[in-house]
Design a protein around this ligand. Structure first.
Ligand SMILES: *Cc1c(COP(=O)(O)O)cnc(C)c1O
Length: 393
């Protein structure tokens, strides 16, 4: 079915346009490493690009292509490049876009490894980087250098839930011939389309909302132009960070319910955030749907919903955070996010425990900070669970 002029849920269900001779209702798993050619001429046409036949799964596979086409359509991009993980997508963009001697500006609160590899690995290729609080556009402007090639944003960012103005950053970037890439993992294409706001590249950890069932690790890059698509696809194919057909099948299946999952999770999130905001043991709550969020107005214009990620601070600090973790019963004490189950984690004692006090302050990690990925259980059960655990804090 042609889904270009259809609504979001129709695209989720029918996008990709896959058909085979057996008319199977869902795209099958083509669990094969290689594809036979009909004859020598056909083989030659596959390699030259005259035929869109398949060659070898690292280069392309029908199950994976169906997923890539669907997500590219959801993001209004030219094409999608699926990868073995979200970090493989980040690295593919870095490798494809940054030359030796070039410079990248990143938001200071990027997903940990997106910043860590840039600071620890890329200097050996003579790539420089500056990390700034991009939620204030002045900081982005003053970090631009003559050799700046890429601005890398994540919005809302992890775990501070800070929101960056994608359109404003893209405008400044393009005046200086700089590309903009947005990690759109926290929103998914349902809530935000960075390419429509001016970005050049968007990427996702499909491990999170797109698959949504906490059972695979995967990533994807979507580009605005054909030229960038070909360039980054070439990097993925030769570096070998391709997705696996079985992973693609599960992800395509999970994607079909993206909108109804997020509708439920963000309705729950609004109730949970409101509950937390009036709780005496809670110091502050950061959620884009609350009027108290510093970028509430920007969130309203840039995003089509408030999402399912909440950060909050406990008045009791580090010990209170640990106590809360040890007493929740419904919420799983786990990293990751965007699944159907509610996950809770305490960065100061878990993900960020090895950081120095100074580094934690820089990343916005206070001792009492708790991160919640709200699932699709009943809101009253999630609230009751947090309530009983907060009583023990
Ligand atoms: C999880 C995550 C990543 C990394 O994705 P993996 O699939 O774990 O490699 C990148 N960015 C954000 C915002 C994430 O949440």
């Amino acid at each position: 079915m042609e889904t270009k002029d259809k609504g979001f849920n129709s695209k989720l269900v029918h996008g990709g346009g896959f058909h085979d001779n057996l008319l199977s209702a869902v795209t099958p798993i083509y669990q094969t490493s290689t594809f036979a050619f009909k004859n020598a001429d056909h083989g030659a046409q596959c390699f030259s690009g005259e035929s869109d036949g398949f060659i070898y799964t690292r280069l392309g596979n029908p199950t994976i292509i169906d997923l890539e086409k669907t997500v590219a359509e959801l993001e209004n991009g030219f094409g999608g490049i699926a990868t073995s993980s979200g970090m493989a997508a980040v690295n593919t963009v870095y490798l494809g876009v940054l030359d030796a001697g070039s410079h990248m500006i990143g938001h200071e609160a990027l997903y940990g490894p997106s910043r860590a590899i840039m600071e620890s690995l890329y200097p050996k290729f003579n790539v420089e980087s500056t990390f700034v609080d991009a939620t204030d556009i002045k900081n982005v402007k003053s970090a631009i250098r003559p050799n700046t090639r890429l601005i890398f944003l994540e919005t809302p960012a992890n775990p501070t839930i800070g929101i960056t103005d994608i359109a404003a950053v893209s405008k400044i970037a393009h005046e200086h011939n700089i590309l903009v890439c947005v990690d759109n993992t926290f929103c998914s294409p349902y809530l935000q389309n960075p390419l429509d706001l001016g970005a050049d590249i968007v990427l996702h950890s499909m491990t999170k909302f797109i698959n949504g069932h906490a059972d695979i690790v995967a990533g994807i890059i979507i580009t605005k132009t054909e030229k960038m698509y070909k360039s980054l696809r070439g990097v993925m194919m030769n570096v070998g960070c391709n997705m696996d057909p079985h992973q693609a099948f599960l992800t395509r299946r999970g994607l079909k319910t993206l909108a109804i999952r997020i509708d439920k999770a963000q309705a729950n999130s609004m109730e949970v955030a409101t509950f937390l905001e009036q709780h005496p043991k809670v110091d502050w709550v950061k959620y884009p749907g609350l009027k108290s969020h510093p970028q509430y107005d920007l969130a309203k214009t840039q995003m089509r919903g408030s999402g399912a990620m909440i950060s909050f601070g406990l008045k009791g600090g580090f010990e209170a955070g640990k106590k809360l973790m040890d007493n929740v019963k419904l919420a799983l004490l786990a990293v990751s996010l965007g699944g159907i189950e509610t996950l809770i984690q305490h960065p100061a004692s878990m993900t960020h425990s090895k950081l120095t006090r100074e580094a934690k302050d820089k990343a916005g990690i206070s001792d009492g900070l708790v991160r919640l990925s709200v699932g699709i259980e009943e809101a009253e059960d999630i609230i009751a669970d947090l309530d009983q655990a907060l009583q023990k804090v």
